[in-house]
Design a protein around this ligand. Structure first.
Ligand code: DMJ
Length: 625
């Protein structure tokens, strides 16, 4: 054989291209015939064996190749981390819901208290995962299934994931640690690229200045304390002690700086008993006071804390109702601590004026209030979302903070919840999700901001404090809806705004408009999950929170440090980073997740503390005061 091979080579080299092909065929045949029958049988046997082995390993190899190929196309190129084994659990397929609608009718809503077998989607349930995967999509670089024909709205994740995520990959006892890790990763980015500045821009590895006061650092202080991250806390504290100065010629927003800075400093003072934080709180509190120097005593939106001059926005003399009515917890606490009544007095006057104002609808308030005449403006529009949300939250929480004595606050809150039920509460079609819509001059709109998802938590807190039990029932229904706003998106993350379908024959409950597909790492849903879990101990709320954390890690984590808000929660291939990590991601979102997973009910007991709207716990006043 060897000599013939040599001969072939030499002949081939010498011959022309066409002739050589023919000659090769003849030569092979000649060689085959020269073999003994034993040799021929042996060769045939080996070939058969190779063929059978090939058939057996083929699917694995092709899947492997497909996986490798898709790794070339990360969700956010050069931004998000490549999948790391410990952090990427073995995800079951996320099936494109549109196929569910088209082929098998409406999808089941995610509900972890139900078992898969409860599904009416028998066709899908009867198939094995692998079959479904091959039938409906290709495998993405993260191991989830990408729809191959994503052209319309209405996808979702009809199958349960949390059992597998929770039980097989990460025991529940490790969930608080996973939140700590997320915090450390966020902090790493902040420390490296934006130390002492307001917000991290994790993708461009730079920062954003809003007030120039180290907003993220201050917002994060009590989170680090609660999580036991002493090293990180100490370095932040050193910055507060040596670098933080409010004697700056800058305009700050009264509401934002109250809830984030004043609230953050006050709660850190309470947790640590370190006077440094109280001194800083007094300093910023007194510098914000000029905002209340208005003809109506309804504060302006902006204050220059260096010059002591306040003003409304350039285009209007209106302030936002949520903004002027969600600074009370902090100013009241500042008065209690300093024994200086002026802080409490100015914010109490705002509440008193709003309490007496006309223009409400069954306790619901319009979104704007004029700083000159003290009247509501843009009347006739009612929402529990942006510009009104925390007005309702602070009615209840002030009542709790003050030891449940201020009857006016309680009555306003109870009336408002009745107003919500009467005017804004509806059910979606086809699955009957309870949601809170909006009203504009008598016209109902089935639009709900993610911001509204604070409401389940607030309702549950009220019920825990002796308010009607049906508040808790409503809280549970709305909690399910807020969870669905995450679960039905391809990334597992909620958009900023959703619209619910109400007409008979709808094929899906939730629609998302193109302009509303962003996610800003907001806390409201995990905030409510925390309350619902603490107050009911129903395990499903923890599982939902765990899923949400996983989704943040999958789609918003930036490898060099930090997390980014994203533009498109419906595109798991390219969620499109916005390059901004809001301070409330560390101040609120991760704090509530940590508390949700913590087994210690005394870690910020709801009977001792009330959280401000930026998740900074302030003490409930002792009954002797
Ligand atoms: C936070 O600043 C507060 O939670 C506020 O009440 C609403 N907006 C953000 C979070 O979404």
């Amino acid at each position: 054989m060897y000599s013939e091979g040599k001969q072939y080579t030499s002949l081939n080299t010498g011959g022309g291209y066409n002739n050589s092909k023919q000659w090769r065929r003849q030569s092979c045949w000649r060689k085959w015939k020269q073999l003994s029958s034993l040799q021929r049988s042996l060769i045939l046997f080996i070939l058969m064996l190779l063929f059978i082995c090939g058939l057996a390993v083929y699917p694995t190899v092709t899947e492997h190749l497909r996986d490798n190929h898709s790794i070339q196309k990360p969700a956010i190129p050069h931004v998000l981390e490549e999948p790391v084994k410990q952090e990427q659990p073995l995800l079951p397929e996320k099936l494109p819901q549109r196929h569910q609608y088209n082929k098998r009718g409406p999808p089941l809503l995610q509900n972890h208290s139900k078992k898969k077998e409860n599904s009416s989607d028998t066709a899908a349930a009867g198939k094995k995962d692998g079959e479904r995967k091959r039938e409906e999509g290709v495998i993405s670089w993260r191991g989830s299934v990408i729809d191959t024909d994503q052209t319309t709205e209405g996808y979702g994740r009809p199958f349960e994931t949390s059992q597998i995520l929770g039980e097989l990959c990460f025991p529940e006892t490790s969930w608080p640690k996973a939140v700590q890790e997320a915090f450390k990763h966020a902090w790493k980015g902040y420390k490296e690229f934006s130390w002492g500045h307001d917000e991290l821009r994790p993708v461009s590895k730079s920062y954003n200045e809003w007030f120039g006061l180290g907003l993220t650092l201050i917002d994060s202080l009590d989170t680090m304390w609660i999580m036991g991250l002493s090293e990180e806390f100490e370095e932040a504290k050193a910055w507060v002690a040596t670098e933080l100065s409010f004697n700056k010629n800058v305009d700050v927003n009264l509401f934002e700086s109250t809830i984030r800075i004043l609230g953050g400093l006050l709660s850190t003072y309470h947790l640590t008993k370190d006077e440094l934080f109280l001194d800083k709180a007094k300093d910023i509190g007194s510098r914000l006071m000029p905002a209340f120097n208005t003809p109506s005593k309804i504060p302006y939106s902006d204050v220059n804390i260096g010059k002591g001059i306040a003003h409304p926005p350039r285009w209007t003399s209106d302030s936002t109702v949520a903004e002027v009515a969600s600074i009370q917890l902090e100013f009241r606490e500042l008065s209690r601590l300093t024994q200086e009544p002026q802080y409490q007095n100015v914010v109490a006057e705002v509440m008193d004026k709003i309490h007496k104002l006309g223009g409400k609808l069954d306790g619901l308030v319009p979104m704007f209030i004029n700083t000159n005449n003290g009247q509501f403006t843009h009347q006739g529009i009612f929402t529990l979302g942006a510009r009104a949300d925390s007005y309702y939250e602070y009615l209840l929480k002030q009542w709790i903070q003050g030891g449940k004595k201020e009857e006016g606050l309680l009555q306003d809150y109870l009336q408002a919840i009745e107003g919500v039920k009467k005017n804004l509460l509806q059910k979606s079609s086809p699955n009957g999700l309870t949601f809170v819509g909006e009203l504009s001059h008598g016209q109902f709109s089935p639009k709900m901001d993610h911001l509204v998802c604070f409401l389940p938590g607030t309702l549950a807190l009220g019920a825990h404090n002796g308010l009607p039990a049906d508040h808790m029932d409503l809280a549970k229904e709305l909690m399910q809806t807020c969870y669905q706003m995450y679960a039905q998106m391809e990334t597992g993350l909620s958009p900023e705004i959703v619209h619910f379908n109400m007409h008979q024959g709808s094929i899906r409950d939730i629609d998302v408009k193109l302009a509303d597909r962003h996610n800003l790492l907001r806390p409201e849903t995990v905030e409510s999950l925390f309350y619902l879990y603490r107050l009911t101990k129903d395990q499903k709320y923890r599982e939902w929170g765990w899923e949400i954390l996983q989704s943040f890690n999958k789609f918003t984590k930036v490898s060099s440090g930090g997390y980014t808000s994203i533009n498109n929660v419906r595109d798991p291939d390219y969620p499109s980073p916005r390059d901004k990590m809001e301070s409330f991601f560390l101040g609120e979102t991760l704090k509530y997740l940590y508390l949700l997973f913590s087994d210690d009910p005394d870690l910020i007991s709801l009977d001792k503390y009330v959280f401000n709207t930026e998740a900074h716990p302030l003490p409930i006043w002792p009954s002797t005061e």
